[in-house]
Design a protein around this ligand. Structure first.
Ligand SMILES: Cc1cc2nc3c(=O)[nH]c(=O)nc-3n(C[C@H](O)[C@H](O)[C@H](O)COP(=O)(O)OP(=O)(O)OC[C@H]3O[C@@H](n4cnc5c(N)ncnc54)[C@H](O)[C@@H]3O)c2cc1C
Length: 308
């Protein structure tokens, strides 16, 4: 039995703390429940949206006029250095369990909010490590065929903040298989604490936001050179930080209503209180226009917009 609820406020389910209500809302613990939820949506001719940790989503102020399926698959199986994890497990909980089991390899991801499944979909990364570096296999439900499928790492088209699962919404990630190496428990825990402390000094943690709002774009050589001269840093794969572009055209700390661009840099849009999705969209439009006019670069949202 699945428990489909009506009129559930979505803001509580997002780190942005923004958004109206879902017409229908269900939490699912296993693939069978997902299939039941999808059948419900199909029978009622509803759109559906897959929600996990809600740390990379902006829901409209009008909410979502369909079924929101919240992924809560939370089993973990440890077999030596091979670990299989349900997609709904909170990433930090997962890393803490690995540390307790003296398994090393994922420490640099400590402090990235959200779930393991959400992280795999967007190939989340920090401090030089990305999900793609530790994942070996992904088990998914293909909504179009109703079949379960397994992808090996090389079939996932992982790239910067992208994967085959992001490009093809018919895949719902169910479980992920990881390969780690045995290490020293205390040392693993210390590294994780250091990483989290670094994130805290960058004021990246205790704020109401959805992380980086725009993807770091690829730019032409002229803009790459400007970035390198200005910062003394190298641009990687032809990309420059969206935050640098935004800062460069006066978006840093620009505020519309209760939404402000940045504490550390302008690519974090922060809900300073009672911010609305409308205000986020307005700030985003101003930011995109300025960056286009100043640098001839088109910014693309990393944050997923739902219900617009
Ligand atoms: C303060 C802060 C700091 C952040 N720092 C970083 C960082 O350092 N590096 C980084 O990469 N990101 C960062 N992020 C962004 C965010 O944490 C990641 O993108 C995270 O991996 C999203 O996971 P989630 O579970 O919250 O996904 P959600 O926000 O719930 O969903 C995001 C998208 O993934 C889809 N999705 C989620 N689960 C599944 C699934 N099981 N199957 C199919 N689709 C699914 C959803 O439909 C949606 O389209 C940060 C965010 C915040 C708020």
């Amino acid at each position: 039995m699945i428990n489909i609820q009506e009129n559930i406020s979505l803001k509580e389910y997002t780190t942005f703390d923004i958004g109206g209500s879902a017409r229908y809302f269900v939490e699912v613990k296993n693939p069978e429940d997902i299939s039941k939820a999808l059948t419900f949506a199909q029978e009622k001719e509803l759109k559906y949206f897959i929600l996990a940790g809600g740390s990379n989503v902006l829901f409209s102020d009008d909410g979502f006029d369909g079924l929101v399926i919240k992924i809560d698959i939370d089993d973990i199986n440890i077999d030596g250095e091979t670990v299989t994890c349900g997609s709904g497990v909170v990433l930090l909980d997962f890393l803490n369990i690995l540390a307790e089991s003296s398994l090393s390899g994922g420490e640099s991801l400590a402090g990235i909010p959200g779930t393991v499944g959400g992280g795999v979909r967007g190939n989340a990364g920090a401090f030089g490590l990305e999900m793609k570096d530790i994942v070996t296999q992904i088990h998914v439900l293909n909504v179009e065929t109703g079949e379960n499928e397994t992808f090996d790492n090389t079939q996932c088209d992982f790239e910067y903040r992208n994967s085959i699962f992001k490009k093809n919404v018919q895949y719902i990630i169910i479980r992920i298989v990881f390969q780690f190496v045995s290490g020293d428990k205390k040392q693993i825990q210390n590294v994780m604490q250091e990483i989290i402390a670094k994130r805290n000094t960058k004021q990246m943690q205790d704020i109401k936001s959805a992380g980086s709002f725009f993807v770091n774009p690829t730019v032409d050589e002229k803009v790459q050179k400007m970035f390198e001269q200005d910062t003394g840093k190298k641009s990687h794969d032809g990309r420059v930080p969206a935050g640098w572009l935004l800062d460069g055209c006066g978006i840093f700390q620009k505020r519309i209503g209760d939404i402000q661009a940045g504490v550390e840099h302008a690519n974090y849009f922060i809900n300073m209180g009672e911010g609305t999705a409308e205000q986020v969209i307005q700030l985003s439009a101003v930011a995109k226009t300025r960056v286009r006019d100043e640098f001839d670069v088109h910014l693309r949202e990393e944050v997923v917009l739902a219900g617009f």
